[in-house]
Design a protein around this ligand. Structure first.
Ligand code: MRU
Length: 341
């Protein structure tokens, strides 16, 4: 793949650069992250975005902060920076998960080197996890099938391959030909600017649609499968993902087509009982009005909750977890692969 990496870590100098995804696809440019403020700003403005990617970026940002800290203040700096980074975006559990991994190293007395190793381990594990998700989901991408996806759960949202897109990339490499329809994903157009672009770069047959075209395409029998990513799966199996995902799940239920959600096991949050307990990020009204209706009120929730009852299954690094099976989330609780590949 020729895609620019979302996160670039210079191991020798402990320097972090993040692809500024707000500029894509027109411009490929990187932001140098040299402070906590830079990192929080990059995360909250969506220069770096996608649940796994913000976790990896936050882990490296902690190293950038730690590098500048006097040795006797290292722990305190990590604690303070960790709190600020977690607050930069509240919905994706991967952000807190990654920060907590570094906090655990720091609390156990690990110094800068140990912290940097942990951040790189998180990054490397993400690569392996995406490949495992791809392998688990391969069987969903059959020759000639037509897949609809929403937002960007692609390579730009992780280390590489993506989550929802991983089965697509691996199947495409295997010579299987299929079609992808990408919702443009109002208001920030991650589907149009990122998903359609990255799949097209990879030579995958992708067609961009307006979000509100999905219903009629599905009703006309033009879609065989909906496959999306997620920012958090709660203990009861509810799925929190980009606003508009719930619309698709309701449509899939009505028209009886499968609705699958791809995610790393780190996106499972057993400590949060249901989707109703997840903080939903509310973003600026300007993103909706685009300055065109300055005096009009606008609501801009960034995510919605799809009840577990509407989900066919999860495509995870631990295998394909079918919600109709007995105890589908069991492998996520025990960390055991359900269908080892
Ligand atoms: O607001 P974004 O662009 O960070 O939203 C991203 C999504 O909703 C993705 O589907 C999700 O984070 C999964 S990324 C593998």
């Amino acid at each position: 793949m020729t895609l620019p990496a979302a996160i670039v870590w210079d191991e020798s100098n402990l320097q972090l650069r993040l692809l500024d995804q707000r500029q894509l696809p027109e411009t490929t440019c990187y932001l140098d992250i040299t402070s906590l403020d830079d990192a929080c700003q990059a995360i909250s403005t969506l220069s770096v975005r996608g649940a796994p990617a913000i976790g990896i970026a936050a882990a490296y940002a902690l190293i950038v902060c730690a590098k500048q800290a006097p040795a006797d203040e290292l722990n305190q700096v990590i604690e303070t920076a960790g709190t600020a980074l977690k607050a930069a975006r509240p919905t994706a559990v991967n952000l807190a998960w990654a920060v907590n991994r570094l906090l655990a190293v720091s609390r156990a007395g690990g110094g800068l080197e140990a912290l940097a190793r942990e951040a790189q381990t998180i990054h490397e594990q993400d690569r392996q996890i995406c490949r495992a998700i791809g392998n688990a989901g391969r069987r969903l991408i059959t020759p000639g099938c037509r897949v609809l996806t929403h937002c960007n759960a692609g390579a730009l949202a992780v280390s590489e391959l993506g989550t929802a897109t991983a089965p697509m990339y691996l199947s495409h490499q295997d010579g299987i030909r299929f079609k992808v329809f990408a919702d443009e994903t109002r208001p920030l157009l991650q589907g149009a600017r990122l998903t359609a672009w990255e799949l097209d770069q990879a030579g995958i047959d992708v067609t961009l649609i307006c979000d509100n075209a999905a219903a009629s395409l599905i009703a006309q029998g033009e879609i065989d499968l909906v496959l999306v990513g997620t920012d958090r799966v709660t203990a009861n199996g509810d799925v929190v993902n980009k606003i508009g995902t719930l619309n698709l799940a309701v449509l899939c239920h009505h028209y009886r087509i499968p609705f699958y959600v791809a995610c790393p096991s780190s996106t499972f949050d057993p400590d949060t009982p249901t989707g109703a307990d997840v903080p939903i990020e509310q973003r600026s009204a300007d993103e909706v009005t685009g300055g065109r209706a300055a005096d009009v009120k606008a609501l801009n929730p960034a995510f919605d909750v799809t009840p577990a009852a509407l989900v066919t299954g999860l495509v995870t690094d631990l295998g394909l977890l079918d919600y109709a099976s007995e105890n589908p989330l069991g492998p996520l609780l025990t960390g055991q692969p359900k269908h080892p590949d």
